[in-house]
Design a binder for this molecule. Structure first.
Ligand SMILES: NC(=O)c1ccc[n+]([C@@H]2O[C@H](COP(=O)([O-])OP(=O)(O)OC[C@H]3O[C@@H](n4cnc5c(N)ncnc54)[C@H](O)[C@@H]3O)[C@@H](O)[C@H]2O)c1
Length: 585
């Protein structure tokens, strides 16, 4: 993302962001930062927790996620007893990042035996620490293990399970979520919410009818890094934003290779179907899984007689992202995150239109064959603040923000991220870990902007604005942007842990209230109980699904699709983009 920036320029951009966040905090314009020397708010005494002892007057530190998201009063609550359904790559990440003080996993469920093993064992490096490491081997043995959702649900009462985390393939989300809600369990389901918008709406309806929490795992809603970036954007220092460039480039074009030891674990019946290229979406099929999951068993055992979310064979199960029936391709898997980020930055406004080009430009028969696109370039038209559909509901029809998103499988030169371009500055969010801020140069004024220019933020006059400076001391706010190259797996930055903690907090708050979860809205259309609702609840997540899936439809039909407001209304069950725009099989 930070194309051709030198390490020095990245350091300047990172320090500029910290300086801007610090300056805005000192002017009382940042909720994510605490300013030293400030009197403790008597209504919010817990702020002492993050105002470190000895913090000098005017010094600034980030507030904790718990304080920022309002659940610092957790102490004294019992951890919510939870089950994980789907113990694959993402299930492993969520387990690796959860906090047992809030979320105690008492059961796990997967239909693939290899992943049931992996969720306990974890991986030696990286975020998938495994249950054995987190709970200790002896305690982990007490965590119940299931190979069907039916069996797990059958034991839910006995185990005291209150909620589930669902991290299964896209086509299964709505069915498993409803199955769990039928059993009275609250649901935190991974993104993308569902395979169609009709299914998203029915999940929301289900949660409302049953009075249960439904949260969807778009973790950027809980990233304090994104929260800080948003506050800096909202302060207006970027000026008039007309373009966001988002991208997730990867290179999956190198030949697949495996050692003899690895090959010994592959299913012999799928040896002719090994991946041609090394690609995390097109994995080899393990013998352990193939032996356990014959097509008959997949149809009959795993899903009972309701084979609505089944997979015809173990290959389809393992490589679910490659098929239209089971996945949503690059837009659902990667694009949804960054379009989510873009829409957060633009104030959660709904897009106006989308068009794009996508295709199987690289893979094909014998080359990691797939139905989903291997390259996409999509253009979204969003309303700017003064557009009639924009945040300020103005009158300027021309106030449009163009958001482009691209993802290709054949080149990873640039990092993934979002570049927000305004008339007075540029903000680059890179790899969910780093934020760089630069000022636009002013005409005729040397060293007044650009990638080498250090800035402060003046908050007088017409409002916050970046000013170039030569007397800058280097980073004034200790914002939580990671140093370039530092680990991107910081919990506060990534948002997974916070998302699960906040979910537990909301659940306990509803129990305190002693009534079913209510999705009632006030006269302005806002949730009445928003402060005890997951930030990415069903309606928020549905908007992300609409962005991603309608992008797919625009590419498939090569048409510019104009978004209809009713698609975003969860109560209008029949208003969905797929009826008009899905490509007929
Ligand atoms: N939030 C994020 O950043 C992020 C990142 C990666 C994946 N995800 C999402 O997480 C979900 C899972 O992705 P993944 O990469 O872990 O996929 P995966 O294929 O690695 O794991 C999915 C697991 O679900 C299991 N499963 C399938 N059907 C099941 C059923 N009926 N009952 C029980 N288990 C079942 C599979 O056997 C597999 O082990 C997807 O929705 C994906 O989009 C989110």
């Amino acid at each position: 993302m930070a194309l051709d920036l030198t390490p020095e320029q990245k350091a300047t951009g990172k320090a500029n962001f910290e300086q801007a966040a610090g300056d805005l905090a000192r002017a009382g314009k940042m909720n994510t930062m605490a300013v030293g020397g400030a009197p403790v708010d008597p209504k919010n005494p817990d702020r002492r927790d993050f105002l470190k002892v000895g913090l000098a007057a005017g010094a600034v530190v980030p507030v904790s996620a718990a304080v920022y998201y309002g659940y610092q009063s957790w102490k004294g609550n019992k951890a919510v007893k939870m089950a994980l359904i789907g113990c694959g790559d993402e299930g492993g990440v969520l387990i690796g990042d959860h906090n047992p003080e809030f979320n105690e996993f008492v059961a796990v469920c997967d239909i693939r035996p290899s992943n049931l093993d992996r969720i306990y064992a974890g991986e030696p490096n990286g975020p998938r620490k495994g249950l054995n490491k987190i709970y200790g081997v002896d305690n982990a043995k007490k965590i119940a293990k299931y190979d069907t959702v039916d069996a797990l649900i059958g034991d839910a009462k006995k185990l005291g399970i209150e909620a589930v985390v669902i991290a299964t393939p896209l086509n299964t989300h709505d069915v498993i979520a409803k199955q769990c809600m039928d059993a009275g369990l609250h649901v935190l389901c991974e993104k993308l919410m569902a395979r169609t918008i009709g299914k998203c709406k029915s999940m929301i309806q289900y949660a409302k009818d049953k009075g249960l929490l439904l949260s969807i795992g778009h973790q950027r809603h809980y990233s304090t890094l994104y929260a800080q970036a948003l506050e800096v954007v909202n302060a207006g220092v970027l000026g008039d934003i007309k373009h966001i460039r988002a991208q997730w480039p990867r290179n999956n074009s190198f030949p697949f290779t495996a050692t003899d030891a690895e090959k010994a674990k592959f299913a012999p019946q799928y040896m002719n179907d090994l991946p041609f290229y090394r690609d995390g979406w097109c994995k080899p099929i393990l013998k352990q899984d193939a032996d356990a999951l014959t097509p008959e068993k997949l149809a009959a055992v795993a899903f009972g007689d309701v084979n609505q979310y089944g997979f015809k064979d173990v290959k389809e199960l393992v490589r679910w992202r490659l098929y239209d029936k089971t996945g949503g391709g690059l837009m659902a898997e990667l694009g949804s995150h960054q379009l989510d980020a873009s829409s957060i930055i633009l104030g959660h406004v709904h897009p106006l239109a989308v068009s794009g080009i996508g295709g199987k430009f690289f893979y094909g028969p014998g080359r990691n064959d797939r139905e989903s696109d291997d390259g996409v370039f999509v253009t979204y038209e969003f309303p700017g603040p003064t557009h009639p559909k924009g945040a300020k509901k103005g009158k300027d029809e021309n106030d449009i923000v163009i958001v482009t998103y691209s993802s290709f499988n054949t080149n990873s030169f640039e990092d993934y991220g979002e570049c927000v371009m305004g008339s007075r500055g540029t903000m680059i969010l890179s790899k969910e870990a780093e934020v760089y801020l630069y000022k636009e140069p002013e005409p005729g004024k040397a060293n007044s902007g650009g990638r080498d220019t250090k800035v402060t933020v003046g908050t007088g006059g017409k409002g916050p604005a970046m000013e170039s400076t030569s007397t800058w001391g280097g980073g004034g706010g200790a914002a939580i942007s990671k140093a370039p190259g530092a680990s991107a797996w910081d919990s506060a930055v990534r948002g997974y842990r916070t998302e699960m903690e906040h979910f537990a907090y909301c659940l306990r708050k509803w129990q305190e209230l002693g009534k079913p979860v209510s999705y009632e809205k006030d006269a302005d259309g806002h949730l009445k109980y928003a402060d005890i609702m997951p930030r990415c609840h069903g309606e928020v997540a549905m908007a992300d699904a609409i962005l991603a899936l309608t992008g797919n439809m625009a590419m498939a039909k090569k048409e510019r699709i104009v978004f209809e407001e009713d698609w975003f209304n969860a109560d209008k069950m029949d208003a969905v983009p797929e009826t008009k725009h899905a490509k007929k099989a």
